[in-house]
Design a protein around this ligand. Structure first.
Ligand SMILES: [Zn+2]
Length: 473
């Protein structure tokens, strides 16, 4: 009896020893080595493929725990399932012939496991793949669906963000694609250069900002004329002519006598072209650089570089165009969202993020991510003044369609020309504040390709987003 017990103890000890040795080898390799090598290096295809052999990709979830991507194993083969199809396609991304979106940004978590080491060792010894950790995003399912539907059939993009934290609540790019059908549709999608359905326009799309850019033109003018800007006046008769060049207001509307606030609210092109000529181009260029143009922003959400060009050598035509957001300026919907969010956040631009936390498949916390500021782009006083001007756009100007009930909107419309032959791209950027201060602020940046007027086409989309948000708070 005694001998048998001893034998049992010996055998248990042996197994524990084996597990312990295995654990050191296993954790030594997978946790330490992988963490160092893979964090922020998810594009390493060969290494990623090695991990794909060892792990089943973990789940991607919305902020409330709703599944946005999960792995399904059938006949020994792992496939990825995306319950919301097109709606979350670009932001969640895919892992097929390349890795994009959160599938890429979160790869070092999705393809790693922090469950109990014993469980993992047993799985390893049995030769079965471990499930990776679960990535919990900042995304709001209801808001994402609202944005996707509100954009109807327009191509374009929208970003919805909480200004005080940088949490991205929704991010839509259209046209969409169904990530569940990528293996069947891949050839069609990669050859579809006309629509570029696979491109995430919200972060990679570079658009002419149109009149949304007047936020920066107005701010630069106020900085250069700190005491005299309130007495700026311009008498608009619908067109503004310099040398051989003519700038028209929308539909050649005569805005009449305009001060800066009225010109901003009415989006008077003549007034902005006129004051644009008075700016210091080097200062204007530097300010746009501070706001994130011509530079890699260093955002946690990978974003293309927006472009601003203006120098003393530029032609009169380019100066007039640049002041009203035309010319060669190009902006991502993401940067436009960051700019209005900074106005809402007392001048501090927050670093946008999509991954809120990481947990094991059993729900134990692995990592969590805190809000971080990117840069301070305005003084609090400048932000307060800009907020007043943007509120006037909605109460008295071109953005009235963005207003719903129970919240106050500050915004700017844009109708950006891309070619004489097609409709303008419709923009609305801005944010809403709950009138009772019970619910969180949200900022939006919406562009609808060939949508026409920003006030008519994009502002109502903003309103639907604000309504959906505040109805659910
Ligand atoms: Zn005008």
């Amino acid at each position: 009896m005694l001998r048998r017990t001893n034998k049992e103890i010996m055998s248990v000890s042996y197994v524990v020893m084996l597990l312990f040795v295995g654990m050191i080898a296993y954790l030594g390799y997978f946790t330490v080595h992988d963490a160092d090598t893979f964090r922020n290096n998810s594009h390493n295809g060969k290494r990623l493929a090695l991990l794909e052999d060892k792990y089943i990709r973990g789940e991607i979830q919305a902020a409330d725990g709703t599944t946005l991507a999960a792995s399904v194993t059938e006949d020994g083969k792992d496939t990825r399932y995306y319950p919301y199809g097109k709606t979350f396609a670009h932001v969640v991304g895919y892992s097929y012939n390349g890795v994009t979106g959160i599938e890429s940004q979160g790869a070092s978590y999705l393809l790693n496991s922090h469950t109990n080491p014993i469980i993992r060792i047993i799985e390893a010894l049995r030769g079965i793949k471990s499930s990776g950790d679960t990535v919990i995003t900042t995304l709001d399912v209801n808001l994402q669906q609202t944005v996707y539907q509100a954009m109807s059939d327009y191509n374009g993009a929208a970003v919805v963000m909480e200004p005080s934290t940088g949490k991205v609540l929704a991010m839509v790019s259209r046209p969409g694609f169904d990530p569940n059908t990528l293996p069947d549709k891949w050839e069609d999608l990669v050859n579809d250069s006309g629509n570029s359905s696979l491109v995430n326009r919200a972060t990679q799309g570079l658009y002419t900002p149109g009149s949304t850019f007047k936020i920066l033109t107005a701010l630069e003018y106020m900085r250069e004329n700190p005491s005299s800007w309130p007495s700026f006046t311009f008498d608009c008769d619908g067109t503004y002519t310099v040398e051989d060049y003519t700038i028209n207001c929308s539909k050649k509307k005569e805005h009449g006598e305009q001060d800066l606030r009225a010109a901003f609210a009415n989006s008077c092109n003549g007034a902005f072209a006129a004051l644009g000529q008075q700016l210091s181009f080097s200062r204007f260029y530097n300010m746009c650089g501070d706001f994130g143009f011509n530079t890699s922003l260093g955002t946690r959400v990978p974003t293309a570089t927006s472009k601003f060009e203006l120098s003393n050598n530029n032609s009169t035509w380019k100066i007039l165009q640049t002041a009203i957001g035309q010319g060669d300026t190009q902006i991502t919907p993401m940067l436009n969202c960051l700019i209005v969010s900074a106005v809402a956040n007392n001048g501090v631009m927050m670093n946008p993020y999509l991954i809120d936390s990481v947990v094991t498949r059993y729900g134990d916390k692995v990592a969590s991510f805190a809000p971080a500021s990117l840069r301070t782009v305005m003084t609090a006083a400048e932000a307060a003044e800009m907020e007043k001007m943007m509120e006037k756009v909605v109460t008295d100007g071109t953005g009235s369609e963005a207003q719903g009930s129970g919240y106050t909107v500050a915004g700017k419309t844009g109708s950006a020309e891309t070619s004489k032959d097609v409709e303008t791209n419709a923009w609305f950027v801005g944010y809403a504040t709950d009138d009772n201060n019970n619910a969180r602020q949200i900022a939006v940046s919406i562009v609808l390709e060939e949508g026409g007027s920003g006030g008519q086409a994009a502002a109502p989309v903003a309103r639907k987003i604000f309504d959906a948000w505040y109805e659910n708070q």
